[in-house]
Design a protein around this ligand. Sequence first.
Ligand code: ZN
Length: 320
Amino acid sequence: MPSDRNNPKRGKASESTYSLMEFMRECPDDAACLDMLWRERYALDGHTAHCPKCARDRRFHRIASRPAYSCDSCGRSLYPLSGTIFHKSSTSLQLWFYAMYLMASTRCGISAKQLERELGVTYKTAWRMFNKIRNQLMADDSGPLRGDVEVDEASVDGKPRKKQGSHSQIAIGPSRRSEAAKLRERSRATVFAAVERGGRIKATVLESRRGPQLKKQVIEWVEPASMIFTDEWPAYNGLNRHFIDHSRINHSAGIYVQGDTHTNTVEGFFGNLKTGIRGNYKKVSHKWLQGYLNEFTWRYNHRNDGRAMFHLLIQRAAQV
Ligand SMILES: [Zn+2]
């Protein structure tokens, strides 16, 4: 059977649900990208939108001189870019969309450096785009978790702060080594996560794994009618008073699974997170770790969505 060159079949091995060919066809230029936002934000069919001046649905047309659409009846303009992350940006809309496409379509994410090369923009511009997409379009906006929820915390290697002891790599001798160890300890960040078995995840960077913070965060993230699973870490004491029940696995006694009591789902997430950080960044500074977490959890939470992740980003960008 001859293959259809205009409608190529995706190979089974491909991870992506939306290929570069599809992107090029859907987003050939700025006007096409603007039209996608226009449909997402105001006019599902591309023409009919609610006109605030006429106070009813009207037919609109694209204005050539500005990134706007105008009411056929009264001339009132609507601006699909206003209030979005693309507004007032000197980078073309198609490049923004291409950046979103790249960030959504790779399995483990890409770095700002790769984005710089792919887009042909300066590193500063790439970095700014990268963080806007991560922190605004990929930030968690879903409701509380429910059902069987596993909770755990992990230390993630951060970048040592450069202030004091920045030459610890050439340190020799026990006293210097302990200084290096202290520095390493300070540079480790606590990542805290809660995950529904078979469902969504929430994760954040916390100052410390001690104190009341962990418990407060669980209560904020998880519906009371849920079952909580943690290890024996004392900071989780008393969670049973806030939820249906609280089941704990005694890791320090070498027990990892007891019936349905385990935290394997959330530990699996931490394993992937650390692999991802090692593969992409070597080390992540505390400041950017939350951004990385946003991206990582966003990918996890949308792993089974029918819609291509790229389209989810456009949808989110249009929610102003
Ligand atoms: Zn009107």
